[in-house]
Design a protein around this ligand. Structure first.
Ligand SMILES: [Zn+2]
Length: 457
């Protein structure tokens, strides 16, 4: 493979060319109520060629390696045509050529596990969800795994083979009482083999229990409160509300936001550190090399409260005078790489949870992320559930906890950062520019924020 790709690239007449060839194994099992909705394994292979001529890209997608030479010519031809019309020329920041092989670790290779064994596991989780309480009326348990094998080569001499395994599990329960319907769920995701999907019986019970508990929880009273986000919700907040606006391709298209996101500007307290990293053992967002063959770098987006970094592809790095960070990622071989997050998290601080509760007369402990929306700097997030905080103690469970605000104001209002920490890969993934679901993780400790607008439904 290596010799063949290198040979084709040396013959290329483009200023720069790259080939990404992928072989992807996937399987999934889905149970809903008692029903098995999906039980399947698929394999696909395909590649993409990018050629750069006079500052313009040409792309060609293919499924047969024998077509490679022809496809490079095609992409080069397209790039040449595009170059005549493109006003915003592309230039690539320099990177050292790399040669490497990387294999993600699987104790039990997902390709070697019979579908029947996967079905049994998922059926058992489903049974636990359904049978854990009489009020549970429905369930949805989804298992998915994949192994993405990527061979990447470019005309500068880089050649990388990577194997990235991925396993996710979604455990969801629906409870009903007197016409009231509530949901509970646990969403898990790992870089690893089948072993990662085992042993989550407690999570299945927790999902069901939460749905049942929410039936007797009272709706939250709307208002402005001091709020403690649990690590799940704080992690989703930092990814959705802040991480996406650190993506340099977005900033290059959004001049007003680019002026706001000025390096060196203070965004929060001195104990606030926000990181995006392409390698943390076992984390779903791992990509030791991105889909432009750039080695991952740990990027401090915020260091000691100050904006110190952005996320880059080679092209955005060149435009903004930065170093490439290894954030150009594609969801699969049919897509070109765009600037994406990897493992994005708030670093732990120094407070215990008890210390964080102290001094709060009335506040909200918001837990789990049920979904959210962001529109530039405005965000709206629904917590999966929550609790009142009364006189420094956790009180009754509340539901319909929706947080809204301005991301910059909210970052400035962070008062305390916990010393606990949790990095979480959930089922599904990040979506952007029609590419979904990209494996990522989000992480944080508990975070206390003053003056947050909490709305009931
Ligand atoms: Zn995202």
């Amino acid at each position: 493979m290596e010799a063949c790709l290198r040979e084709v690239l040396t013959r290329s007449k483009a200023d720069y060319a790259e080939i990404r060839w992928e072989e992807i194994f996937r399987s999934r099992v889905v149970f809903q109520r008692e029903q098995l909705l999906a039980l399947e394994a698929t394999e696909e292979r395909g590649g993409i060629v990018r050629a750069l001529v006079d500052g313009a890209w040409g792309l060609a997608v293919f499924t047969d390696l024998d077509e490679l030479s022809k496809k490079i010519e095609e992409a080069t031809c397209l790039a040449r045509t595009a170059a005549r019309h493109v006003r915003d020329k592309v230039f690539l920041a320099e990177v050292e050529p790399v040669e490497d092989h990387y294999h993600g670790q699987m104790v039990r290779d997902i390709r070697g596990i019979p579908l029947e064994e996967k079905r049994k596991l998922v059926q058992n989780y489903n049974k636990i969800v359904l049978e854990s309480h009489p009020a549970i009326v429905a369930s949805s348990v989804r298992y998915a795994d994949s192994l993405r094998r990527v061979v990447y080569a470019n005309s500068e001499g880089t050649y990388i083979e990577q194997e990235v395994p991925d396993v996710t599990l979604m455990l969801a329960a629906v409870a009903r009482k007197n016409g009231d319907v509530q949901q509970g769920f646990e969403s898990l995701g790992f870089a690893g083999g089948f072993e990662k999907a085992l042993g989550h019986e407690e999570k299945a019970r927790a999902a069901a229990k939460r749905a049942v508990d929410l039936l007797s929880a009272k709706p939250v009273k709307g208002g402005r409160y001091t709020v403690i986000l649990d690590p799940d919700l704080a992690g989703v907040f930092i990814h959705e509300a802040f991480g996406h606006i650190c993506e340099a391709d977005f900033l290059l298209r959004n001049e007003p936001m680019r002026r706001v996101m000025e390096l060196g500007k203070r965004f929060g307290v001195e104990t606030l550190n926000v990181v995006d990293d392409g390698f943390i053992p076992g984390a779903r967002g791992n990509c030791p090399y991105d889909d432009e063959g750039v080695p991952r770098r740990r990027v401090y987006l915020i260091r000691e409260g100050v904006l110190t970094g952005l996320l880059h592809s080679r092209a955005t790095a060149k435009k903004l005078g930065a170093k490439p960070t290894g954030n150009a990622r594609a969801v699969s071989w049919e897509h070109e790489p765009i600037v994406r997050m990897r493992n994005t998290f708030i670093e732990p601080g120094s407070y215990t949870f008890e210390e964080m509760l102290e001094g709060i007369e009335y506040g909200i402990y918001a837990c789990g992320a049920f979904g959210g929306q962001t529109e530039f700097e405005q965000f709206t997030f629904s917590a999966a559930y929550g609790y009142e905080i009364v006189n420094g103690k956790i009180g009754e469970m509340v539901r319909d906890v929706v947080l809204t605000g301005n991301v910059f104001q909210t970052l400035r209002s962070i008062e305390m950062i916990g010393k606990d920490f949790q990095l979480r890969g959930s089922a599904g993934g990040c979506g952007k520019g029609g590419q979904w679901p990209l494996p990522i993780t989000t992480g944080a400790p508990h975070v206390r924020i003053r003056d947050v607008i909490v709305g009931g439904r």
